[in-house]
Design a protein around this ligand. Sequence first.
Ligand code: DGJ
Length: 740
Amino acid sequence: MNIFIHEKTKTFHLQNDLISYIMTVLPDGSLGQLYFGKRIHDKEDFSYLLEGCIRSHSALLEDNGEGISLEHVKQEYPVYGSSDFREGALEILQDNGSRLPGFVYESCEVTAGKPKLQGLPATYTESDEEAATLRITMKDPVNGLVLQLLYTVFAKGGVIARSAEISNEGNAAVSLTKAMSLCVDLPDADYDWIQLSGSWARERYPMQHRLHQGIQAVESLRGHSSHQHNPFLILKRPSADEFQGEVLGFSLLYSGNFLAQAQVDTYDVTRVLMGIHPGWFQWKLEPGEHFQTPEAVIVYSENGLNGMSQTFHKLFQTRLARGIWKEQPRPILINNWEATYFDFNEEKILAIAEKARECGVELFVLDDGWFGSRRSDNAGLGDWVPAPELLPNGISGLSEKVTETGMKFGLWFEPEMVNPDSDLFRAHPDWALGIPERRASLSRHQRVLDFSRREVVDCIHEMIAKILRESKISYIKWDMNRSITECYSQALPADRQGEVFHRYILGVYDLYERLIQEFPEVLFESCAGGGGRFDAGLLYYAPQAWTSDDTDAVERIKIQYGTSYAYPISSMGSHVSAVPNHQVNRSTPLKTRADVAYFGTFGYELDLNKLTAEEQEEVKAYTQFMKDHRSLLQFGTFYRLQSPFEGNEAAWMVVNEDRSEAIAAGYRILSRPNGPFTRLKLAGLDPEKLYEVEGVGRYYGDELMNLGIITSDATSCKTGENIRPAGDFVSELYLLKEVL
Ligand code: DGJ
């Protein structure tokens, strides 16, 4: 990895063995973009790439016949309105009412490693050799503002991390009305756009269309990254597929309102912008203050979509997630939510935990309903004190009893919320976000606490930390069950109300940080009514997230498949639940439910006492299987093989580092009569190695990848032992081991 600085041409080249990212200072002092893609040689001068031709009807910066029009050059951090009419990355309301800053290149600095972003999630290095960072400083001579653009290139992987910081070194206050984390101007528009979108219980479906002139965008204005759209974007060459071709991935490490868009101009230049959503954002900078944008990460892959995903997975697992759990196989848990909902007491909980322990489960998680007056979702949120009528021995007593049996104990919180019917709200009605004298919308009978206020975060922190200090808790599920409406803080002045959404998220990050600092051994799982805040920002605090409230195996194939475009298997909470399924009323075989849940953190979400003795034996076997293979399943290299969005079959697999072991899974959704013969082509194996495919036979890696495994079954009229029977919702696992 290298960062070349060419003083004479003012050209900057970030390079590693896979990628190059090249910029230059433009004639007006702003920063121009020259190239991002596969590694190329370094050179002093790449100015031929500027193509600053003068087109009719353009506005020119200098009227001398040679001046450039910013509309026709590729830029790094552009401003709308100064000869560029495309959407910009930065907008600043100044005291004369103008919104146009004019930053001019001042200096640059290269440092080893990667600096932290205060109060925000960010990728990191563990030693200075792992990355190098270029800091470009720009100044606005008119208002004294300073802009610093940060670029990190990692030694390994086609990854560039970016963020921007704006400081007010002038004499007058200004307000940022837009400050994006990245802008990339690509020289053509020959891309397919893929976004991850959906809704509650069907999160992160990949949606694809050809990039077209004009703006295409995904966003959230819900106060959290949302079930609807994910802060993640793919641009792939139309000919690229899962295994080959050029793909760019963009991920925003942020959990609040976001915008990710591509604007293709009528010259087929593509501008990608990503960052905090400028809608409802306004941040006042008094002299001496600064603002740091969240980080965005760009990945370049020439090995198709799987190559891009694998780069994100590795980065997020090893240099975004932190703490003791980041690369550790995750405990197999049982959660009582779908087993009991609010209808439980200590006795019932202990019975569920005991049966789970017998089946080999390692962690019991007590979900919603254990505190205050929370006997339904109408009341009690905010009162984080155990309810004695349910838990006579409190959380400390219950956690003691569970841990005595050899299991670990975990607990659910929803720290950011309050029911109007709660002691907390009665004592502090102004602690909920809302506009005085106006109606406050409720969602799930709850209001959102004003986490932009330090005293609110302090109070919630104290309640949670007290329980953690008093009890034996190894895991926390941090839930968040509504979007933010009437976003207004009673603690901020009128001209700072545009800060509330972002300050709220900073408050969430602050509470996470305080808890993980004090309780470094606790495993955090984030959740937002399922996958409503499954984003890279939260992975910095919680290495796993509840992927969706939808626990149906068939639905989960789609949700986990879609999620895998950006996020690693180790981050996806996945449970075996009861049938008929509580969300879709579908009954799938227990084996299929397990075969889907293996590709995640794995756990159970039902009362195992209600299963037959035979099913309980099956559960023991599935639990043991997960224990035997979870390192490979959660941390192996993951390949999508067959998309559930394209047909009746779906498949994926994981391969270990030296390609000596692999597990593939194939799922058939509906049975069909007299169907075609089928094969499943594997990926990522060593073509030279001979593999034993358990129960199937011995094959070379090249056979398995080029011919595939025969997967024809009873629906293809095959009969005999070990042949998958006809029937809906069936699955098959293939265990591969190198023959030595
Ligand atoms: C929503 C979560 O996604 C569920 O798993 C469960 O924890 C409920 N909230 C509890 O209210």
